[in-house]
Design a protein around this ligand. Structure first.
Ligand SMILES: Nc1ncnc2c1ncn2[C@@H]1O[C@H](COP(=O)(O)OP(=O)(O)OP(=O)(O)O)[C@@H](O)[C@H]1O
Ligand SMILES: [Mg+2]
Length: 271
């Protein structure tokens, strides 16, 4: 957090990810649910092609802040977001921004796998179709195949693309949801506890996938598992009572954090 004031939020990232690049910039963000002040003065710069983990005790605001990044909070009537959030220097709360287009650019994977009640193929084809990304059936087939491959699911489903997505195992369903997010070529993928409903084997697969996806996408993941944060992320942000108390390299965060609250949380002293 100490270098915040020196970085330039309007910088457009170049191809290679370097230390000082910014993909997502949040400035003075406040979130209210009615009178409840759920996110207090949050400032953070999220780097491109990096996995950033959000950690902190239950109710500290991780999901609330994550949902600010693709304006999912717009769908909650009592919720009000203030401050500035930009992606590649563009204000995502500008009235000109269409939230539907924004959510194609900033995809989301939820805690509970939520495939549509449609075939495996249709689950993945839906996004490219509504966003007009395929010119022909062959194009669409290719997009679906490629997304399922990127999500590490292709080999398991290639012979059953017409079967319902809901008929897959929980871990497969979560990878289907990741394929669905990836299919529209997002730039950012937000994941809110994507492995909490999965067994250790399925979790390992999703973690491996996150590792691979980082080559092309900026990933923000909320997790309650310190081991998972340490395994998958390069940067970690610690929230507490609506405040962002520390953001640091993951290695440092788990060995020598700057903030006592981080230290207490990772040692299991609260939360
Ligand atoms: N839809 C809502 N309406 C009112 N208050 C809400 C709503 N969603 C969240 N809150 C409140 O905002 C605060 C932050 O909640 P949030 O869900 O962001 O926490 P979290 O860190 O994701 O917690 P968890 O780890 O349990 O998922 C909590 O006090 C919560 O009760
Ligand atoms: Mg949450």
């Amino acid at each position: 957090m100490n270098n915040m004031s020196t970085s330039n939020i309007t910088t457009t990232p170049t191809k290679a990810s370097t230390m000082n690049e910014t993909k997502i910039s949040a400035r003075d963000v406040q979130v209210y649910y009615g009178d409840k002040h759920a996110i207090i003065d949050v400032n953070i710069e999220i780097r491109p092609r990096t996995v950033t983990a959000f950690i902190g005790p239950s109710g500290c605001g991780k999901s609330t802040f994550l949902r600010c990044i693709n304006r999912m909070n717009d769908t909650i009537a009592s919720c009000r977001v203030e401050g500035h959030i930009s992606i590649d220097g563009e204000n995502i709360y500008d009235p000109k921004v269409d939230p539907v287009q924004l959510r194609a650019k900033v995809g989301m994977v939820f805690q509970k796998p939520n495939p549509f009640p449609k075939s495996i193929y249709e689950n993945v084809a839906y996004g490219p179709r509504i966003h007009g990304l395929a010119r022909s059936k062959a194009d669409l087939d290719e997009l679906v195949t490629s997304a399922l491959q990127k999500a590490g699911l292709w080999n398991e489903v290639k012979d059953r693309l017409d079967s319902p997505g809901t008929g897959l195992s929980g871990g497969q369903q979560q990878r289907l949801c990741i394929a669905r997010a990836v299919a529209v070529s997002p730039e950012v993928i937000l994941m809110d506890e994507p492995c909490s409903a999965l067994d250790p084997i399925a979790t390992a697969k999703v973690e491996e996938l996150i590792h691979e996806l980082r080559t092309n996408f900026t990933i923000v993941i909320v997790t309650h598992s310190m081991q998972q944060a340490a395994r998958v992320s390069q940067r970690t942000a610690m929230f507490h009572l609506g405040n962002l108390v520390e953001e640091n390299d993951t290695d440092k965060m788990f060995t020598n954090p700057d903030d006592q609250r981080t230290q207490d949380y990772i040692m299991g002293r609260f939360g």
